[in-house]
Design a protein around this ligand. Structure first.
Ligand SMILES: [Zn+2]
Length: 408
C-alpha cells in the first residue's frame, strides 16, 4: 500500500509532503526507530513528521522543546511566519471545531471527522486568500498525510490515525486525535506557504509562466493568487521567510528534498534496517543502500564541499552545511556496517546490532536536516501549537457549577 502511494508521490518535482514518524520499539536493548510514515516531497516530504512525539519515547526535538515551553510558543513575529493558519484566530477556530467533534460526535466515522475538519480549514484558508484547497481521505494511502503542490492536493490516510483499528471517533485515543488534528493542519499549512512563495515571486515581477516553470504549482492557482487583491502587502520578514522556503523547496538547496521525494522507497527500505534481523533483511535492503551510497557520492558530498567552500554563508546555509555535513559523515558508516554484515554468511548479532545503531544514527541526522528546512520548521511549529492547544482544551476539567452555599 505504501508503495503505491510512494510511487504516486514520486513524480518529478511534485511538492508533496509525507509524514513519517518514529515509533519506539525495543531491540537489542536500545530504542529502535521505526519510521512509520514515509516521505514526500518537496519540499516536502514530510518525511519526518511528528517524529519524536513524546508518546513514542523521549527523544529531543524542537517539537518536544516547544511542548515543554522551552522555545517560544508563538510564531516569531520577526520570522515572517505569522500569517494564515498560524494566526491565533485561525488556530482557535480550528481547535474549537475539533474539540466540539471530539466531545460530541463519538459515533462519527473517523473519515468524516477528518473531512469535517478539512472543510473548516478550507473555509478559513479561502477567507484569507488561498485560492483553493482539495483533499482526498483514503485508506491505504500509506502515509499519514501528504501535500502535493503539483496537484494542490492534501492526501490523508485514516489507516494511520491509530495503531489500532479505528472506525469511529470513539475508537480514538487522545494522542490519536491530537495526531490527526495536527496532521491535517500541518498539511494544509503547506498551501499557505506556497501562496506566500507565489506572492513573493510575483513581487519580484515573475510571470505566471515563470513561476510555474520554477515550482510546477498548477497555473490556475498561480493565476488566482496573481489576481487576488491582498489586504496587506508582504512585509520584509515574510519575503525573507518565503525566500528561505523557496531555496530548499524549489531552488538552489533543494537536493535533500529532491532525494527524499524521488526515493521514497529507498528511504522506506533503509529505515527497515533499524530492525534488521537476518541475511534476508540485508538482501532486501541491498538496492536501497546502493542508491543511498550513490546519492551520497554524487550529490551529498559535492554539495557539502560546495557549502564548505562558500564564503559569507547566511544562517540558513550555515545550518544546512552543518546538517548535510553530519548526514554525509554518518552515511558511509551506515554503508560500511551494511557491507560487513552482508558479506557474512550468517550475520552475527554484533554485526546486526552495529548496523541497527548506524541506521538509527543516520535516521536521526536525516530527521534533523529535514526538520530544519524552513517549510517544515514552520509547519511543525504551527502543528505543535494546535496540538498543544487541543490537548489543553481536551484535558481541561469540565467547569463545575458553583456549589451553592449551604443554607443554614
Ligand atoms: Zn510538512
Amino acid at each position: 500500500m505504501e508503495r503505491q502511494t510512494l510511487t504516486k508521490v514520486q513524480t518529478r518535482s511534485s511538492h508533496s509532503n509525507v509524514r513519517r514518524q518514529f515509533r519506539r520499539a525495543q531491540s537489542a536493548g536500545h530504542p529502535l526507530l521505526n519510521l512509520q510514515r514515509s516521505i514526500g516531497n518537496q519540499a516536502v516530504l514530510r518525511l519526518m513528521h511528528s517524529a519524536f512525539e513524546p508518546r513514542y519515547g523521549g527523544r529531543q526535538s524542537w517539537l518536544d522543546a516547544a511542548r515543554r515551553g522551552r522555545i517560544q510558543r508563538q510564531p516569531d513575529t520577526d520570522s515572517g511566519t505569522k500569517y494564515g493558519l498560524a494566526l491565533a484566530g485561525s488556530r482557535n477556530k480550528y481547535v474549537a471545531k475539533a474539540i466540539e467533534l471530539w466531545t460530541t460526535q463519538k459515533s462519527m466515522k473517523v473519515e468524516e471527522f477528518a473531512e469535517t475538519l478539512m472543510k473548516a480549514i478550507k473555509t478559513d484558508l479561502l477567507s484569507q486568500g488561498v485560492p483553493d484547497l482539495n483533499w482526498n481521505i483514503k485508506r491505504g494511502l500509506g502515509a499519514d498525510g501528504i501535500f502535493d503542490s503539483k496537484k494542490w492536493l492534501v492526501e490523508i490516510d485514516p489507516d494511520k490515525f491509530s495503531e489500532q483499528k479505528v472506525i469511529t471517533v470513539a475508537d480514538l485515543t487522545l494522542p490519536d486525535v491530537e495526531g490527526i488534528v495536527g496532521t491535517l493542519y500541518h498539511e494544509s499549512r503547506h498551501t499557505d506557504q506556497d501562496v506566500l512563495i507565489i506572492r513573493a515571486l510575483l513581487d519580484q515581477k515573475k510571470t505566471v509562466e515563470e513561476i510555474f516553470q520554477e515550482t510546477e504549482i498548477p497555473k490556475p492557482i498561480i493565476k488566482a493568487v496573481a489576481a487576488k487583491k491582498f489586504k496587506t502587502p508582504l512585509d520584509d520578514a515574510q519575503k525573507e521567510h518565503a525566500k528561505r522556503m523557496f531555496v530548499v523547496m524549489y531552488g538552489e538547496h533543494k537536493e535533500l528534498l529532491n532525494f527524499l521525494m524521488k526515493n521514497t522507497q529507498t528511504v522506506e527500505g533503509l529505515k527497515k534496517l533499524a530492525g534488521v534481523g537476518n541475511a534476508g533483511d540485508l538482501k532486501r535492503a541491498e538496492p536501497h543502500v546502493k542508491k543511498l551510497a550513490e546519492w551520497a557520492k554524487n550529490v551529498l558530498e559535492p554539495k557539502v564541499k560546495k557549502l564548505a567552500a562558500g564564503k559569507k554563508l547566511g544562517p540558513q546555509e550555515t545550518e544546512l552545511r552543518h546538517d548535510l555535513g553530519e548526514l554525509s559523515q554518518v552515511t558511509p558508516k551506515l554503508v560500511a556496517a551494511f557491507d560487513i554484515a552482508l558479506k557474512m554468511k550468517n550475520p552475527t548479532k554484533d554485526a546486526l546490532e552495529d548496523l541497527q545503531d548506524r541506521t538509527n544514527e543516520w535516521l536521526e541526522k536525516l530527521d534533523a536536516a529535514y526538520h530544519h528546512l524552513e517549510g517544515e520548521k514552520d509547519a511543525y511549529a504551527v502543528e505543535g501549537l494546535v496540538k498543544q492547544e487541543f490537548e489543553k482544551e481536551a484535558t481541561a476539567k469540565p467547569k463545575s457549577k458553583p456549589v451553592p452555599a449551604k443554607k443554614k
